[in-house]
Design a protein around this ligand. Sequence first.
Ligand code: ADP
Length: 610
Amino acid sequence: MNGVPKKNKIDPTEARRVVGRVLGENVRQHRSSYTVAVFAMLAVALSTAFVAYIFKDVINKIYYERREDLIIPISLGILAAFVIRGVATYVQSVTMAKVGNSIVARYQHRIFDHLMKLGLDFYHDTRSAQLAARINQNIGGVRELLDIVVTTIGKDIPTLIALVGTMILLDPLLSLFALLIGPPVLLTVRYLTKRLRVIHRESVTLNSHLLGAMQEATQGIAIVKAFTMEDQLRGKISKLITRAEERANKISRVSERLTPVTELIAGTAIASMIMYTGFRAVYDAQPPGAMFSFITAVLLAYDPVRRLARVQVGLERSLVNARMIYEILDIEPRQADSIGAVPITVPNGEVQFDNVSFGYGNGIQVLHNVSFTADAGKTTAIVGASGAGKSTLIGLVQRFYDIDGGRILVDGQDIAHVSKRSLRQSIAYVSQQPYLFEGTIADNIRYGRPDATDEEVIEAAKLANADEFIIKQPQSYGTEVGENGITLSGGQRQRLSIARAIVRNASILLLDEATSALDNESEKRVQQALERSMQGRTTIVIAHRLSTIVNADHIVVMEAGRVVEEGVHETLLARPNGVYARFYQLQGKDESPIILMDEDETAERMGPTE
Ligand code: ADP
């Protein structure tokens, strides 16, 4: 198994290792931002300490010594300390958020690049939808982990230590006074949450776009690889990542606005109370110091206590997230180009299987000594019951997997020694289930060849019988398809994927004929499109339809991973007791587009052949 490993418990050593790795990979790069954040945190702690300290003077100098000259400077000093605290908290939070968002973006780039490098074996063992969701949540977790570590150590613990000493001395009865600043803060919170809801909504839409695009790329990985679309997709994903990053920064700017506002309200309230009680103390000789210190201490201690209470839970969750990210990033791509791999040149496109043996690495051999040649420019149909190994053959031509024995030659060159990219660039692939990616119709065709001109795209669409329905779409070739785009019928999707293969202009065409029945008209158009796409190309087709098989230049009959018969329709039919002939007698005479030789029950009906 080569999918994402699953483990649930984390021991303390591993937890330390994960935290260490997250910090090691991210802190250095953001050194200057972290310096700003730490200075802001120090300013917060110092201004908090100043407030606690000044209360000694408030009580001693104002209430007992009745120094009228100090009332206003001390009150203003306290107000100033709160303003500094508010601004410093704002700076620290926005800086931390910026760093966090950039870390998210960086992990997203890393993960996507890594996913594009991993072989199909990884995707066979992993569910792509879950993978996408996992990535999304887990990256958030890594960022949270950093936030928790820096905020807790840098700010909350020192602040709390300073305040706890003061709080021990306090009178619980005075807590009622704290309620006075409640209403204005609540009003501010309500206003800001409303604003946040709107922005957050936009952000969620954008993120799901991003998720969708990633999910599609991973689900259609066979096509991405076959058409070497990695670079194009990377560019598209990069843009979405940048937009999501900007949105996330905006959210933090708005939500953090709450902090300076509440600090200002609290500061003003406390400063005015001090002025009020100060003047009263001077003129009426009533010392209300306990009340001030209580309110101040409660307000100042509230935030760090709340955060510290959540640290444990948050840290646990983040650790799990961070570890899951590394589980993906640590998977080694198995199938690299061989050392000294050269680009392949494919002038004709002859494909030769020479004694090929292969298994998927689970101990079961899937192909046994398969040999056949798909002549250049001709159509070779592969037929056989389900599980015979037809799709495996198609995958091996594209070198999705390395074979265990024998050779696969393309125009005489062993594909094991050429670069995968150049090999796949000389191949066009039409899968059984047509896959469309988020983007316009033109984008989807152009994935076949990024430098195709608009004229070439339209020409390919015309050959694929797709132009006729494309020009009827709201924005013609510019119409969005995929998750949030228009819905196309099965036949239309197939024709688009054929246009993508035509525009690629490759000498080899690999075709997995659809087994799902379309209505007659649609069927005819798809069939015609396929015939046009095959012209002048070496075509290897997993054939299900009688007409495709009968018209093929060469038929290869597979059974349980072996080639059992080869030839053209007439000669195969003429063999007494041949596999193909027996099959044809059973169900092939009918000219309708029936599914030939791909149903398990068909194989059963044929009975044992050995
Ligand atoms: P066909 O296309 O003729 O239906 P396949 O080439 O898909 O046959 O499958 C041939 C055999 O290989 C089957 O026994 C199938 O179970 C097995 N197989 C196919 N894909 C995988 C895979 N990714 N991992 C393990 N076994 C596989």
